[in-house]
Design a protein around this ligand. Structure first.
Ligand SMILES: CC(C)(COP(=O)(O)OP(=O)(O)OC[C@H]1O[C@@H](n2cnc3c(N)ncnc32)[C@H](O)[C@@H]1OP(=O)(O)O)[C@@H](O)C(=O)NCCC(=O)NCCS
Length: 261
């Protein structure tokens, strides 16, 4: 990580629109901060060999199970870079980090430093990977490439809540792809933050989705208290991707780091 250079950035309080900044050379994370990183696999390619070196035996075994080379490389790259980032935050060698997994497969860092557990989540889609990091707060991230046809092929009616479908279908037709992927990524970020995967019925909670309006968990039939327990945040990814973050609590500021080699 020595090639990263540093500029000063301000913490942005939720929910103002975040901007991507150049990451600092020395990473530190406080309890009132959430850090999100984004990187493209193309940019990370130059470090691929070092990623192969730092992943664990288990991760290598999982990588071998991917049928397609492209997916294997993406898995190794996303895990390898995760280890470099987590190692930098935790002051540990990337290869020494140990993960444990909840019953639904959500990875967590095994090591707790005093009362501080660094929490994280990651998501990748078609060339990009994003990570969220925090301390002692559950966190979930999701990124999706916007595929306009997906907004109209019945997925919303099958998986979204009736309220979400009504709002989506009331949008002008040209705005529905962005609305659809706003909804998808916010729902996914929420279930990833909770860590229970698709055991949470996707129609049992409502998120905001209207383009330009803040990301919000509007209602949860899973646990009504969740609307105050979790904060959702849209992450700006240009016109071709949608991304979202869900974090426990609301007393945190967000820093977004854009990795460039
Ligand atoms: C596995 C799942 C958590 C996310 O899957 P996904 O969207 O295909 O993949 P992403 O790239 O966003 O996230 C994968 C990462 O999430 C993490 N993860 C795995 N299980 C997780 C869980 N239960 N909770 C949170 N994070 C999890 C892992 O780090 C994984 O990366 P890895 O393979 O390198 O270990 C789960 O939510 C799922 O299967 N979703 C299916 C997608 C869907 O139908 N969504 C409907 C939205 S309306």
């Amino acid at each position: 990580m020595s090639h990263i250079f540093c500029i000063a950035v301000e913490i942005q309080m939720v929910p103002s629109a975040p901007t991507w900044c150049v990451p600092p050379r020395n990473l530190s994370l406080s309890e009132r901060e959430v850090h999100v990183w984004r990187a493209s696999f193309h940019q990370l390619n130059a470090l691929y060999e070092s990623f192969e070196e730092v992943i664990s035996v288990d991760e290598k075994a999982k990588a071998r199970r991917y049928r397609f080379d492209e997916h294997r490389r993406e898995y190794i790259t996303a895990r390898g870079f995760l280890r470099f980032l987590l190692g930098a935050y935790a002051g540990q060698n990337p290869q020494d980090l140990k993960f444990l997994y909840n019953p639904f497969g959500k990875p967590a860092l095994y090591t707790i430093n005093g009362n501080h557990r660094i929490t994280f989540n990651l998501s990748h889609a078609h060339g990009f990977v994003i990570y969220g990091f925090s301390i002692n707060r559950e966190i979930g991230v999701d990124i999706e490439r916007i595929r306009p046809e997906a907004a109209h092929d019945g997925v919303a009616e099958r998986f979204f809540s009736p309220n979400e479908v009504n709002v989506l279908r009331s949008l002008p037709i040209h705005a529905q792809p962005q609305g659809f992927f706003n909804c998808w990524t916010r729902k996914e970020a929420y279930i990833k933050a909770r860590g229970e995967g698709l055991s949470i019925p996707l129609n049992q909670f409502d998120v905001s989705l209207i383009p330009g309006q803040p990301a919000e968990l509007l209602e949860s039939r899973v646990d009504p208290k969740d609307t105050t327990k979790w904060t959702l945040q849209a992450l700006p990814m240009g016109t071709q991707y949608a991304a979202a973050l869900a974090v426990e609590g609301s007393d945190w500021g967000l820093k977004c780091w854009d990795w460039r080699k």
